[in-house]
Design a binder for this molecule. Structure first.
Ligand code: ATP
Length: 538
């Protein structure tokens, strides 16, 4: 990943926290960021993790990312294992694998006994173990750790050191901040100090005999390395290309090592040579797995695993939507909008009333209920948990997932409401003189409910973060916005409801097709705008 001329400030006129920052983050590297309190380390890590966008400059080549926030929230209505399964799925893992990996990492950190404990009941340190496990289980190509060791016991700190080194040895970039200068001392391939809004490289510590050289060699067929290798190099076998090994040693030993490889029986082919500022720790041989014959071809980019990414962005967004829906269901915040909708239907819909009138009424009632549900979904995740999801799937997709979850709940509610109205309503015109065909009326009712839900979702999206952050303003705007969307001429929701109610006067069913198209445009516009804003700042 490459950062060029990156700057970040909070607010339009806030002081610059980062400015003119250039940074190259190679694969297979541990990167340490140092700096005083308030220097901007967390700000930088959030940019690296893709949670916030830079105010100026460019970040390119972002790989699959996981993030451990500085403070992990306990206020999530899941057990430790349940949360890890959700995050694993958001990272694109199949459910069973996400659950298994979650259990493994909890066991690794000595927290297996807490798998079924609700997050809210975990101690601070155990919560931190969950925070770290959620990032590691996805085997990300970029792992960003903001003081992740804080609160962990000694054994877990050691495990995290080992896991982090292993990620780097497996090809990932690991960027970390920790106030303990001994943290992974000597292991970090690159170290930078954040000072005066920008980064300056920290020179290698005395005794570090870099620069280092990485040699990539391929044996064909996969062969054993010569028993005696000059320079005692760290050896990694590529998990996907078992014929390929990477050997890291000091520059002084690189020539004898090359000679040993080229003169081995059978000889090794040298496929790559690169200089590193310092070695990746834990560079002992990595387990090899069988690979296809074509796998011995040279890798195209710095992240070979990118090709075997667990799942596409669409599936990961779907997983994020499921996570948001589960969050809503378990928090029971859906209860209030559901009761409101039931009460409004209970008051306004009576058995024997003209069907189209009642369908129009039910559709209109759905609009504020949807706005409420969407607003709940967008705001329900504690900020630190939101950063985890945003890093995993991108802030725009994470935001869209909460919009879809809210809209989906509202559509289900609207479907049920329409069904009830169809059961109790009388399929006749307002004056009870003309019969109304049931099937077209049902379709028109569902379409009108859909219009209302889409416009309500737009209102909910525009009246919550990232547009409005203050709870009071957001609430007032949601109520006012819903009201305006129902009464303002040109609103697709109003047009759809009007189609039903005026049709009822003559007993004619008017399909609200144009309002439906308008509602889709309004909802898509609101989603695109708010998703873009969410990407600018989570
Ligand atoms: N949401 C925010 N709104 C406004 N200013 C912010 C926000 N977050 C951080 N800042 C400011 O940005 C600057 C850098 O903060 P940041 O948290 O990145 O520092 P840090 O180096 O991580 O500090 P620490 O070591 O204490 O964690 C600080 O001056 C802080 O006040």
């Amino acid at each position: 990943m490459i950062l060029r001329g990156v700057g970040r400030r909070y607010g339009l006129r806030g002081p610059w926290v980062l400015r003119g920052l250039d940074l190259d983050l190679p694969a297979h590297t541990l990167v340490r960021i140092e700096g005083a309190n308030g220097a901007g380390k967390s700000t930088l890590l959030r940019l690296l993790a893709g949670i916030d966008a830079p105010t100026e400059g460019r970040v390119t080549g972002r790989p699959r990312t996981a993030y451990v926030p500085e403070r992990f929230p306990a206020a999530l209505p899941f057990t430790a294992a349940g949360y890890l399964t959700h995050v694993g799925r958001v990272h694109g893992l199949p459910a069973a694998e996400a659950a298994a990996r979650g259990q493994e990492w909890l066991a690794c950190f000595g927290a297996a006994g807490y798998a079924r404990t609700p997050l809210a009941e975990l101690s601070k340190g155990t919560s931190q173990k969950v925070a770290v496990a959620q990032a590691l289980l996805a085997e990300p190509e970029l792992l960003v750790l903001d003081e992740a060791w804080t609160g962990l016991d000694t054994a877990a700190r050691g495990e995290l050191d080992r896991a982090v080194a292993e990620r780097a040895a497996d090809g990932a970039t690991v960027v970390f901040v920790d106030h303990d200068p001994r943290r992974l001392a000597g292991a970090a391939g690159l170290a930078y100090r954040l000072e005066g809004h920008t980064l300056t490289p920290v020179p290698a510590s005395p005794g570090d005999d870099g620069p280092y050289v990485r040699i990539e060699a391929a044996g064909s067929p996969p062969a054993a390395l010569p028993p005696e290798l000059p320079g005692a190099p760290a050896v990694e076998r590529d998990a996907r290309h078992p014929a390929t090994v990477r050997l890291t040693t000091t520059a002084a030993h690189s020539d004898p090592l090359l000679h040993a490889l080229l003169t081995a029986r059978p000889p090794w082919h040298i496929t790559g040579l690169s200089q590193l500022p310092a070695p990746v720790p834990g560079g002992a041989a990595v387990d090899a797995t069988p690979a296809s014959p074509a796998a011995s071809a040279p890798e195209a980019g710095p992240y070979p695993e990118a090709a075997s990414r667990p799942a596409g962005a669409g599936r990961r967004t779907a997983a994020a939507t499921r996570y948001q829906a589960a969050l809503l269901a378990r928090s029971q915040r859906w209860l209030a909008p559901l009761l409101l909708y039931a009460a409004v239907l209970g008051i306004g819909v009576r058995a024997g009333q003209p069907l189209l009138d009642s369908l129009g009424y039910a559709a209109a009632a759905l609009l504020p209920v949807t706005a409420w549900l969407v607003r709940l979904c967008v705001t329900q995740e504690p900020p630190a948990a939101r950063t985890v999801t945003a890093a995993a799937v991108g802030p725009s997709r994470a935001h869209c997932a909460s919009l879809i979850a809210g809209l989906g709940c509202a559509l289900a509610l609207g479907g049920a409401g329409t069904g009830i109205v169809l059961l109790v309503g009388e399929p006749v015109s307002t004056d009870h003189t003309v019969a109304v065909p049931l099937l077209p009326a049902a379709l028109a009712g569902l379409l009108a409910a859909g219009c209302s839900a889409l416009v309500g979702a737009a209102v909910g999206a525009l009246c919550a973060r990232p547009v409005l952050h203050r709870h009071g303003w957001s609430l007032a705007a949601t109520v006012l916005g819903s009201l305006l969307a129902l009464v303002t001429g040109g609103s697709p929701a109003r047009a759809a409801v009007t189609d039903l109610v005026t049709g009822s006067l003559t007993g004619t069913v008017r399909m609200p097709l144009l309002p439906a198209a308008g509602a889709v445009v309004v909802a898509a516009g609101a989603a695109a705008l708010t998703a873009r804003l969410a990407a600018l700042r989570e």
